[in-house]
Design a binder for this molecule. Structure first.
Ligand code: PEP
Ligand code: MG
Length: 559
């Protein structure tokens, strides 16, 4: 038995054969062929297979994220059959007599170089597409399975980490759990695992050896352990834990459809945080009351260039219509700091967390912001949309952003494009400045949602990305809790609602505190909805209100 320790980022226990995610790499062999005709036919067969795979991917993307998302793969199909590309490959095979793998690689590299040298940004970005297509065809020629999982049975998937475009392609019914050598709790794999409700362990480094492939592993996403070839006692213990967790989930399922009301009648809305349109399934499955935070940067991270208005419109529209009239709070672009995107060409900064990020970028580059706002307002005709701005520090920023909203609405009205007049506009409170001037901010917005991840980082001057600062990053610090209380009070004085969408919202040790200070909405990962509902229903707020509020002002939490 071999036990490997990583960091659990999505709870649950699962057992299954270990399977390493397949990428089309391997060593490319370059050789001269005898039968050039047969070699060209081998290329044509691989090209046809690539077209077929891309067709399947386009359909899958269409189902999950709409027509615009499918277009990426349809463009790849067109490029795969492009005459110039094919003729270059044919030339290498027929005239130089080299094998198909080498011919595709060389032709792809030459075409990518030509695209990269072009002036136009759109064509520049196509260089990555040509490389992607060539990698796919070479993978087929070399017999490497594309799309990750070539197994009849579901597996525990091991990888270094997965790119967003790779996660789109995974057959999710084949995955029992994830183990990655790198990654972080906010990596795409971790977010995907939490949303799918399957265990995930990250950061196992090189402890997971290729020779473990196919052997049975048991992963425990709660403790972060990965056991290869478990002995009988360990297997029995972990399987018992698995049964208990499943049983607990069944009990929680009975809470579906029940209200989030405390024993003494205080109600709180429990919404969900999502990262992409597919996640709506998990929201509905877990009975989330709405979406309190759609991190729209997913759309930008998933593209090689600025996503167009139509592309964004399709994605927002899909989420709004799939939510069937329930409230959906979409946060405008929040990049910079930990979420960098190459094509934004942001200059290097000494302190990116304090730099040009989120709303600051949007106000400095209004053309990008306007595209997103137009897409959002257009989508508002298909459901109940609220728009939220991140990283606010001052009232003037909000006023400037709202002015752009008004301009966009006026434009749409003039163009005769429908949109809803009922869109609420709110802000995230995630800087101490915003919390301190929340009395003023409350006068200019419709709601607040407290981003406790950043609020903790900025209040405690403690980098949320730095794992070595673990014990200093204390979201229970009274400084953070007092700010939350102050923000809620200022919101209520102006008659607007106040929610929490940072990770702290799902912290069951604080549910009573949040109810006692009158938080109106908690937005959490879909899987946290039912445990949180259970906790709310078990709480008697009046009985603990005074004590809890007193505690916030004292040093109950180590200062
Ligand atoms: C937060 O800062 O608490 C938040 C919800 O936003 P993000 O984690 O995306 O920065
Ligand atoms: Mg934040």
């Amino acid at each position: 038995m071999i036990t490997i320790q990583g960091k659990g980022v999505s709870t649950g226990v699962a057992a299954g054969p270990l399977y390493f995610y397949q990428r089309a790499k391997g060593t490319l062999r370059r050789y001269e062929v005898e039968d050039r005709e047969a070699e060209f036919a081998r290329f044509k067969a691989a090209q046809a297979k690539a077209m077929e795979q891309l067709g399947v991917l386009a359909e899958k993307a269409r189902e999950e994220a709409g027509d615009e998302a499918a277009m990426l793969f349809e463009t790849h199909q067109m490029m795969c059959e492009d005459m110039d590309y094919e003729e270059a490959i044919e030339g290498f095979i027929r005239e130089s007599g080299i094998n198909a793998e080498a011919a595709v690689t060389d032709a792809g590299a030459a075409q990518a170089e030509a695209f990269a040298a072009m002036e136009d940004d759109y064509f520049k970005a196509r260089a990555a597409d040509v490389k992607d297509i060539s990698t796919r065809i070479v993978g087929i020629l070399m017999g490497v399975v594309q799309g990750g999982i070539d197994s009849e049975v579901p597996v525990i998937l091991a990888a270094d980490d997965l790119a967003p475009s790779e996660t789109v392609q995974l057959d999710k019914s084949k995955i029992l759990g994830f183990v990655t050598s790198g990654g972080s709790g906010s990596s795409h794999t971790a977010i995907l695992a939490r949303t799918m409700g399957i265990p995930a362990i990250i950061g196992v480094g090189d402890q997971l050896k290729p020779e473990y492939e196919g052997r049975e592993v048991i992963v425990d996403g709660g403790t972060g352990s990965v056991v290869v070839d478990a002995d009988d006692d360990t297997r029995e213990r972990l399987m018992k834990k698995r049964t208990e967790l499943l049983h607990r989930q069944q009990l929680l399922n009975q809470l579906r459809g029940q209200p989030n009301v405390s024993r003494d009648g205080q109600e709180v809305r429990i919404y969900c945080n999502i990262g992409n349109p597919e996640d709506v399934h998990a929201v509905l499955e877990n009975d989330g009351g709405g979406i309190g935070l759609f991190r729209s940067e997913f759309l930008y991270l998933n593209c090689d260039d600025y996503p167009t208005e139509d592309y964004q419109f399709e994605a927002y529209k899909k989420v709004l219509s799939d939510m069937g009239g329930k409230e959906v709070v979409i946060r405008t672009l929040d990049i910079g700091a930990d979420k960098m995107i190459g094509y934004f060409n942001l200059p290097h900064e000494e302190n990116p967390a304090l730099g040009n990020r989120a709303l600051r970028i949007c106000l400095n580059r209004p053309e990008i912001f306007r595209t997103q706002l137009r897409a959002l307002y257009r989508a508002s005709a298909y459901g109940r949309l609220s728009i939220m701005f991140p990283m606010v520090t001052s009232v003037w920023e909000v006023k400037e952003a709202k002015k752009l909203c008004e301009q966009v609405k006026a434009e749409l009205a003039e163009e005769g494009i429908p949109f809803s007049e009922e869109v609420d506009v709110g802000i995230m409170i995630e800087t101490p400045a915003a919390a301190v001037v929340s009395d003023r901010l409350a006068k200019v917005v419709d709601f607040f949602s407290i981003g406790t991840n950043d609020l903790t980082q900025y209040t405690l001057a403690c980098d949320r990305q730095n794992n070595d600062l673990g014990r200093f990053f204390n979201a229970h610090h009274p400084a953070v809790l007092r700010l939350i209380k102050m923000v809620a009070e200022n919101a209520h004085k102006e008659g607007i609602w106040c929610g929490i969408c940072g990770e702290l919202g799902a912290d069951l040790d604080l549910t009573e505190t949040f109810l006692s200070i009158g938080i109106d909405e908690l937005s959490v990962s879909p899987r946290s909805v039912l445990p949180l509902r259970q906790k709310v229903r078990d709480t008697e707020v009046a009985a603990v209100r005074e004590k809890l509020v007193d505690d916030l002002m004292s040093d109950r939490n180590t200062i």
